[in-house]
Each structure stands twice: as C-alpha cells, then as structure tokens.
Design a protein around this ligand. Structure first.
Ligand code: FES
Length: 112
C-alpha cells in the first residue's frame, strides 16, 4: 500500500502541450513529476510516440534523439540507445528509463 503522495507520480502526468511537441517532433522536459522526460513524435502519429528519461546511464549527460538514425545519441561519450531505451553502443551499459506516452485533448502525458 502506498500513500496518495507516492501514488501521484505513478499516474499519467501532463508534461506539455501538443503544439510544442508538433513544432519540432520532440519535447524535452528537464523536470517533471516523473523526472526528466524526452518525448519523440507528433500528434499525426500519436500511436508511435516514444518517451524516455534522457539522462544517459553512463555519466548523466542528456541524450539527443536522432531521427535519421532512429536512435538516441549521447553527446558526451557517444553512447547510443534504441527507441525502446536499449543500449546499442558503449560506454553506457544500462538502458534508458522509458515511459508510456499519450496525447489527450491538447496535452502530452507520460506515465512511468
Ligand atoms: Fe553518456 Fe558518457 S555520459 S556516454
């Protein structure tokens, strides 16, 4: 049994607007109730949204999404991660944390 305050961050959290996501196809939120979030996608393909915690599991730099390569790349030591967060290139060894993502009305939501 968890307290209501702990439960809050386990539910869907509104982290931004669809307008902001659609501008670039990416929405980076450094601080949200669930931690840092990077959502990739647009409302036109809302079923394909992906969302991760972009904090690199190597030493904590913020990874960037590369559309042409279909992967996340860390600017610090070039670790690479797949859409589902799995490591594709060292030096990172652990996957990125992922979130569920959805669009509702004009807002973007994620859930741990
Ligand atoms: Fe990301 Fe080192 S911090 S590869």
């Amino acid at each position: 049994a968890s307290s209501p305050s702990q439960g809050a961050a386990k539910d869907w959290q509104k982290i931004g607007t669809v307008a902001d996501l659609d501008k670039t196809g990416q929405l980076l939120v450094p601080e949200s109730p669930v931690g840092a979030v990077l959502v990739v996608g647009t409302s036109k393909a809302a079923k394909n949204l992906i969302a991760v915690n972009p904090t690199c599991t190597h030493q904590g730099c913020t990874v960037a999404w590369k559309t042409d390569k279909n992967q996340f790349v860390c600017p610090c030591h070039d670790a690479k991660f797949a859409r589902d967060g799995k490591v594709q290139a060292a030096p990172a060894e652990k996957p990125l944390r992922t979130y569920l993502a959805k669009i509702e009305n004009d807002s973007v939501f994620v859930k741990p």
